[in-house]
Structures are given as structure tokens and as C-alpha cells.
Design a binder for this molecule. Sequence first.
Ligand code: 5GP
Length: 191
Amino acid sequence: MQLLKERILKDGKVKEGNVLKVDSFLNHQMDVKLFREIGKEFKRRFAGEEITKILTIEASGIGIACVAAEVFDVPVLFAKKTQTKNIAGDVYTTKVESFTHGRVYDIIVAKEFLGKGDKVLLIDDFLANGKALEGLVQLVQDSGAELVGAGVVIEKGFQPGGDELRKKIHLESLAIVDSMDETTGEIVFRD
Ligand code: 5GP
């Protein structure tokens, strides 16, 4: 998606540890007009698919998923991160290893909001090692809902998550970064 790539080149900052900061328009301050274009692009890429629900993970996926949900005209559900030891009650849960924070946490969704009959599109801001999306895939499978695919705003193509997930699900990434250099700030995209 050209508009997105241009914005990343203009405002993205390459940090140490292979982290791309896009806090000025995606992860902290949010450019909702750009989100709208992102939502429309996801709609184009999943045209012809029946989608009844969007599932994302807190926190930074929520804004994008909400705007996309408006374009798709479906409800949006976000998996909550929790550190509670004993998760009880009517929830689906799985463990996710965080790329940015380097620790493992549980994610949960209430059973009442996900289940048989739902046709789910996953949405997230970043795809790196793929752990966050794999966790969401697991929750969908556990719930008996149907997984339609996943839409990612920025994939870091030099990390393994995208290639692994593509073997299993329909994955659409709007910008794939093939390399980035923290000393020069250079960012190279896959076409
Ligand atoms: P994964 O589970 O695919 O390794 O990482 C995905 C999650 O880590 C995303 O939900 C995102 O919040 C965060 N993340 C991974 N890499 C980056 C990055 O380079 N920049 C930012 N801002 N977040 C990242």
C-alpha cells in the first residue's frame, strides 16, 4: 500500500533491536484518516470473503481494528492481556510471548463473544515473530469459529512470523519491511 509505505519512510524511526517506531501515526498518536484507508485496503484484499467479526489484541491493534470494523460493518473484539495466575470462568485463553516486552503473558476472550458461526478476520499493527497472531489463531480454533485470515499493517519480513503464518492462513500485510538499518535509518520494502 503506497500511501502507507510513504508514511513509514517519512515518519518511521528505526530503533535498536529491530524495532520500527511509528508512534506519530500508528502506535501512539493515531492518524485516523490513514486508518480509514488501511481499513478500505483490507476490505479490498479480503473482497469476496464472508467476515462477521474482527479480532485483534490489545493495545495497539485496537484503533486500526475499530476503523476496519466500520468499513467491514462488523463488530470488533479484542483479546485482553492478563497476568492473572488463575484464569477462571468462561474464557478462551492462550499464552503469547511478547516481541517488544520480552515476556510471556496470557490472552483471553470471553466465550460469549466468539464461537461457532463466527467468520473471523484477525487484524494487528505489526507482525514480527508471529507470536501475537498465532495466539489469536489459537483462540479462534479453540472457539470453533472459522478463521478467514489475517490483515497486518506492517510486517517485518526479515523476522520469521510472516513466512510461517502464510503456510497456514491467508495473510495480507500492507507494507513488508525487508530490511532496516538503525545507523542510517534506511528502510527497504518488499514490492
Ligand atoms: P510478534 O508476536 O509477531 O513477534 O510481534 C507482534 C507484536 O509486537 C505487535 O502486536 C506489536 O505490538 C509488537 N511489535 C513487534 N515488532 C514491532 C516493531 O518493530 N515496532 C512496534 N512498534 N511494535 C512491534
